[in-house]
Structure formats: structure tokens, C-alpha cells
Ligand binder design. Sequence first.
Ligand code: F0G
Length: 359
Amino acid sequence: MTVAMEKQRRWPGLIEHYREFLPVSDSTPVVTLLEGNTPLIEITGISEAIPKGVRVYVKYEGLNPTGSFKDRGMTMAISKAAEEGAKAVICASTGNTSASAAAYAARAGMRCYVVVEGGAIAMGKLSQALIHGAKMLSVDGNFDTALRLVREVAQRLPVKLVNSVNPYRLEGQKTAAFEVCDQLGEAPDFLAIPVGNAGNISAYWKGFKEYRGVGRIGKLPVMLGFQAAGAAPLVEGRVIPSPKTIATAIKIGDPASRRLALAARDESGGRIEAVSDEEILDAYQKLARMAGVFCEPASAASVAGVVKLAGKGFFQQGQRIVCVLTGHGLKDPDRAIASAEPPVTIPATIEALTEAIKA
Ligand code: F0G
């Protein structure tokens, strides 16, 4: 086999790659779309505030099979559901969980039920859940209400809950921390991440601690979580009954993994802070226009937060920061179009085209 062929063949999906760290056995039927192994990309020039000599990387989780980090958790949750003989799964979602659950459930031959807030799901995510055959139930209530409903119904009916309160979800998602360390050769100094239901920040912290525990890394990062200002229950220390933000993925007022997220913050000496919609959109546009990286608005909260802290002199030369970009920009095409110059219509002539290019 040539080197090129060997490289092509190598990635077996995250359960196989990190099997020794995951609660699977030989009898677990692995349901995979070969998720994981996403690129860690260095970005420069995003903000003057970031001092020279500070290196900023993005972990581009939008390149997972359904376009978000949820696939890491879902390969585990659906594999374990299959092992337990489940025929149906259910989740509440702001969109990405539903897309991922629908895809992995389809692959496992399970029914998938999704409960969402009516009118609140970005177009890309909606289309994914539907095309994979999920039964989508829209309610007159936000994500927090939907999560309460599905938690209760999963106790009454034979449907497996695959939200991140399912512990297998965090087990899968912690592999992103392993990858970051494998890619850098060490833990970064800071790990910046958007926070919604607070599962992912908890999963990363668990992953870093486990890698440190087995000596794969020599230090732990400082965890920096960022919530949207209109949906910042962990920053404000209270439930937000009606969260509001353009970052629909993290429009959550009552995070289920609150306790774990606060522990990640405190144990790492980190912070959970708020960024405004304007700061999020600014980072979202700069990532696309200056770094060539298209993520969804919620994902840009990690970069917006780093820019904000950099402005306060938070970072020092020689430090390495990893910002998690949790979902692909194509998830929310409406927001992209609304955030850019509209197309210009011109006559189909060489003169008009010449004129337009010069202008
Ligand atoms: N970024 C994106 C793109 C998300 O979809 C989510 C959560 C988060 C960040 C926050 O992650 O909840 O683990 O703190 N989306 C969930 C969903 C709620 O239903 O798709 P978290």
C-alpha cells in the first residue's frame, strides 16, 4: 500500500481511535459516520487586540459529518442505545443535536423524535433533521421547556434520551480535547468555547483531565466559556426565562450541565463570560472574510470572547489559545446572507462586467 493509500484508510471514527478511553466493549455495535479528526487551523489577523506572539487556533468542528461537534457525542449515544436494544431516540434541540441524532438514528435503523421551539431552528439544521427522517415536533416554548418535556417522556416511554444529559454524549465529546492535544503536542494554554446547555465545556474539561491522568499531556488548559449576552445564565447566576440572541444554537436559559461547567471553570482557574450579539457577529464575519473559515454565529462566540479578553490585556506572548468552532456556517445560511453584501445584478455583457469589476 502506498503512503497516500495508508493515509486515506487510517481514520476509523472516534470510537475506534480512542476506544481505550471510552465505555465501549467488543459487543457494542459501533454506529459511526467516521466523525472526529477535525482540523486545528491557526488564524492570524483577526484582531489588533491579540498581541503578536500569541497563537490562536480554531478547532473546526463544523467539518464533522453533520456539520457540528454533536456527532462526537451522538456516535457514542446511538451506539450505546443500540447495544441496549433501543428502537427509538428523542431529543430537545436548538438544531444541531436534532440533525446529528436524526442522521445517526437513521444509520442505526431507529426512530428519531425531535422537540424544538417553533420558528427558532436555523434552516440548515431543520433540513437535516427532516431529510434523515426524524419526526419533528414543534412546540410553543423554548429549548428549556422542550428539554423538560423530553426528559419526562423518556422516563415514561421506551425512547432513549440523547441530549447531553445522557452521559455517553459527553464521553464522545471529550475526544475533541484529546484531538486538540494530539494536534498541538500538548494542551493549549487556553481553551475557548461557546456555552449553551453547558455539556461541551464539561466534556472538554473531562477529556483534558483524563489525558493528563494518563500522562499524554503535562498541563491542563484554562477554560474560557462564552455565552451570548441575552442568554447568559451562568454569567448572571440565574435562570433566564426568555433568552434572546441571534446565536440560536446557544439560546438557552437553564443549562442542564450547569454544575459541571462551573466546576470546569473553577478547577481550571478559568472564566465564563458574556459576549454581545454584535461582538459575535463581528467575529463571525471576520472569521469568514479574513481567515476563510465559515462557522455558525454561536460558534464565533469563542473567538469573540477571546478578542474581548485580549482587549483587556488578558493574553501574553508565547501562549496558545484554541477556540472551538462548534458548527458549520452553512447551518444558518439566512444569517450569512443577512451579514454580507447582496449580489449585484448586471447586464450579460462584457462592458457591464468590466465596469462592475473595476468599481
Ligand atoms: N455551538 C453550537 C453550534 C451548538 O449547537 C451548541 C448546542 C453549542 C455551541 C453549545 O453547546 O449546549 O454543549 O453548551 N446546541 C444544542 C443543540 C443545544 O440542541 O443543538 P453546549
